[in-house]
Design a protein around this ligand. Structure first.
Ligand SMILES: *Cc1c(COP(=O)(O)O)cnc(C)c1O
Length: 364
């Protein structure tokens, strides 16, 4: 079977050149006589690989030198706990925007440790619009503001005006970028901490990345578990214990691939083209519908419903037969979802649109 276009929200497609290189090096990496998977993380060879991987990420995201890059366990979800443990003391207040399921999960975890003020969206399940900042309620004494920039389940992404309203508070901004990291250029220096699980735009599942401004390190609560303490990762090059070595290696190949295509600036142009193509098609169709506020639509996760929901099963089985996989939406939101992360080629989006057209014509 040839490789399909996989629209899974995560773990998601990886760039084909990356997969080919990994396959070619699988048994014998750079004449070491072993796979990266079998190699000590303390070996000279692996340390060199790890250093290059971090340097490439720093280059790709233009990460300033006063930020530490940490490679962590437990996915993005583990950081939902680590963030309050590293940045607050009991009794403190923090501000969280609730823009969807992932924001809510972060709030639920933070509430174990601190008082959480919900700035906006508190009463909503799966909002399809983010309220105007004039309606938001920040607290005066928040230690930080937490945002989820791209809500993966609905495909709702914060606009520039939302981000500016957050930055204008002058508080440390903590951003979950699990599903849109490296999809476009950002100014890292405006954030206190950025984090992301790997399995969407970085590499295979099994690690998370945190980019933390140095002056925020060293304030973890005394009872913070060692492996949730950012300072421990920073002091030990993220090797206090055995890291997910193979995930690091594949992430390194993804960063090299991004560099080879012209970096995040070039990736952003491709992503914008892919998303525009798909949303334009959905908008002119009376058969499909995207429910998200047009100015807040994600470049990475495109949700849509069929006019007749009874056709969903047929839609999914015919899509699969056409080599278009994992289009079923998250059960919390329903409908369909096409995740078109960095590794999804434009040809995949073109193939999806051709299928959508054909299916609509046959079932009109
Ligand atoms: C996928 C996702 C997560 C959870 O990631 P895990 O690595 O499974 O913990 C958190 N936030 C967002 C925005 C996500 O898309």
């Amino acid at each position: 079977m040839t490789r399909a276009y996989n629209f899974s929200a995560g773990p998601a497609m990886l760039p084909e050149p990356v997969m080919q290189q990994a396959a070619a090096e699988f048994l014998n990496w750079q004449n070491t006589g072993m796979s990266v998977m079998e190699m000590s993380h303390r070996s000279k060879e692996y340390m060199a690989l790890a250093h290059k991987m971090e340097a490439d990420l720093r280059q790709v995201m233009a990460i300033p030198s006063n930020y530490k890059v940490l490679f962590l366990h437990g996915g993005a979800s583990m950081q939902f706990s680590a963030i309050p443990l590293n940045l607050t003391q009991p009794g403190d207040t923090v501000d969280y925007l609730n823009t969807g399921v992932w924001s809510t999960k972060a709030i639920v975890e933070a509430r174990r440790f601190v008082h959480v003020n919900v700035v906006t969206g508190g009463e909503l399940d799966n909002p399809v619009t983010i309220a105007d900042p004039v309606e938001w309620h920040f607290s005066e004494n928040a230690k930080y503001i937490h945002i989820c920039v791209n809500e993966t389940i609905t495909g709702l992404e914060m606009q520039t005006s939302h981000l500016e309203a957050v930055f204008a508070q002058g508080k440390p901004v903590i951003a979950d970028m699990s599903s849109n990291i490296m999809c476009r250029e950002i100014d890292v220096s405006r954030y206190a901490m950025i984090y992301a699980g790997a399995q969407k735009n970085i590499g295979p599942a099994g690690m998370a990345i945190a980019i933390v401004r140095e002056d925020l390190l060293g304030y973890a609560r005394d009872d913070t578990p060692t492996l949730l303490n950012w300072q421990v990762y920073a002091n030990n090059e993220s090797m206090f214990n055995t890291p997910s070595t193979y995930s690091w290696y594949l992430a390194g190949l993804v960063f090299e691939w991004l560099q080879s295509i012209g970096g995040v600036a070039q990736m952003a142009k491709i992503n914008e083209r892919k998303a525009t193509l798909l949303y334009n098609y959905l908008d002119q169709s009376s058969f499909y519908h995207n429910p998200i506020h047009p100015a807040q639509r994600s470049w990475m996760n495109v949700t849509f419903t069929l006019k007749n929901p009874a056709l969903e099963t047929d839609f999914l089985s015919q899509a699969k037969a056409a080599g278009l996989l994992s289009l079923k939406g998250h059960k919390a939101f329903g409908g369909m979802r096409a995740s078109i992360y960095n590794a999804m080629p434009e040809a995949g989006v073109v193939a999806l649109i051709a299928f959508l057209e054909q299916f609509a014509a046959q079932n009109a």
